[in-house]
Design a protein around this ligand. Structure first.
Ligand code: PMP
Length: 418
């Protein structure tokens, strides 16, 4: 009998039978509060009726109309609608199917547009598992080990991870920018640099928000040296952080924005947006792919945009994020094992630290497992799997946040006791 490959990692033994709003129901009829949202994908909740209806209608109309032969309306409409939410000027788009593919495409686009090779990434970055994206990923050696040679020209610089550096945000920002400048002054000529890839909130690396001044510093250096600033909004985009885009509070405008996960409420779809002057440097046919911009996924994305607007989900993410954060801080206040609570909007992390200051992955995993036993689905991330993250669907309400907090408190008490 065939089985799933051990190359896949499963955080809980739950087999989902049905999803509804913020809940997953397993095959035995047990209900779980899903504070993973399928790694931030089901932002409008599981099976939002509007998304379901839009997808059903599209399935019965046109499932696949490949843009190299025939254009289709959902793809054109989605492009128009994304233009309304993207930073001004990033008005040329193309579509692929996953975050990794979009990162891969952005790396190629940055090289096409600049004629330069190098890419700067930050320690703790996660950009995906395909060869180019894995080469940009530094949040765990498991993604990179044994698959080399990796794509050349990737340079790793420190991220302003204030808590782990033992610095204030200002000090960490200054440190990280200084190290980047040092890199440019010594081994990596900025003239060979095509792009810097940054996650506005470091995701798999531990849910560490990039301080505004850090993003501003990157923007300033990109302008000075003529390389592109790529915002990987795969995990932060579409309202997750309490603003539509994670980079928004910094006031900067990236040159390329990548979005995926929350874009189509669970259908595989990702988009790459850039100004015409950048996109025009990509040879026609050099980007995209067979399934990129699938009609059903585009219809689901259009419905997702409607739901986000109609239900005020960006504002809800900010409001519920505050409530969740305050509750998490309270739990951390009575458990010294949780050294830091941080994040933005509904993208929050609890970092577990051992008494000697090292990352405590074991306690974090126990807390995550205990939470699942009590009916709360969570995921870990961070340098040693020591950050338990909370990413509920953006439709979550106050009562559900409070229920999750009380389950979290129980789970943490169990984890530190045993
Ligand atoms: N970029 C970021 C910031 C991500 O968080 C992820 C996935 N966790 C990816 C890229 C890769 O996306 P995918 O798994 O859809 O390939």
């Amino acid at each position: 009998m065939a089985e799933l490959s051990p190359a896949l990692k499963q955080a809980t033994p739950v087999v989902a039978a049905r999803g509804e709003g913020v809940h997953i129901h397993d095959e035995d009829g047990r209900r779980y509060l899903d504070f993973t949202a399928g790694i931030g994908v089901t932002s409008t909740g599981h099976c939002h009726p509007k998304v379901v209806a839009a997808a059903q209608e599209q399935v019965a109309t046109l499932i696949h109309g490949q843009y190299t032969t025939v254009m289709h309306r959902p793809l054109l409409r989605l492009t128009e609608r994304l233009g309304e939410v993207l930073p001004e000027g990033l008005d040329r788009l193309f579509y692929v199917n996953s975050g990794s593919e979009a990162v891969e495409a952005a790396l190629r686009l940055a090289r096409q547009a600049t004629g330069r090779q190098n890419a700067i990434v930050f320690l703790g970055s996660f950009h995906g598992r395909t060869m180019g994206a894995a080469s940009l990923t530094t949040s765990g050696t498991k993604i990179r080990a044994g698959i080399g040679p990796l794509v050349p020209g990737v340079v790793v610089s420190p991220f302003p991870y204030a808590y782990r550096l033992g610095m204030s945000e200002e000090e960490a920002t200054e440190f990280a920018l200084r190290e980047l400048d040092l890199q440019f002054a010594t081994v990596t000529s900025p003239l060979d640099t095509a792009a810097v890839f940054v996650e506005p909130v470091l995701g798999e690396g531990g849910y560490v928000p990039a301080p505004d001044a850090f993003l501003q510093g990157l923007r300033e250096r990109a302008d000075r040296h003529g390389f592109l600033l790529v915002a990987d909004e795969v995990q932060t985009g579409f309202g997750r952080t309490g603003t539509f885009w994670g980079h928004e509070p910094s006031g900067i405008r990236p040159d390329i924005v990548i979005t995926a996960k929350g874009l189509a409420s669970g259908f595989p779809l990702s988009a790459i947006a850039a100004p015409a002057a950048i996109m025009e440097k990509a040879w026609p046919g050099s980007q995209g792919g067979t399934y990129g911009g699938n009609a059903v996924a585009c219809a689901a994305a259009l419905a997702t945009l409607d739901v986000i607007k109609e239900e005020g989900l960006v504002e809800n993410a900010a409001r519920m994020g505050d409530r969740l954060r305050r509750g998490l801080e309270k739990v951390a206040g009575s458990h010294p094992e949780i050294g830091d609570v941080r994040g933005r909007g509904l993208m929050l992390g609890n970092e577990f630290t051992a008494p000697d200051g090292t990352p405590d992955g074991a306690t974090a995993q126990r807390a995550q497992q205990a939470a699942a036993r009590h009916g709360l689905l969570l995921l870990t991330c961070g340098p040693a799997g020591n950050v338990v993250r909370m990413i509920p669907p953006l439709i979550v309400d106050g009562e559900q946040v409070d229920t999750a907090l009380s389950l979290w408190e129980t789970a943490v008490a169990e984890a530190v006791g045993g």
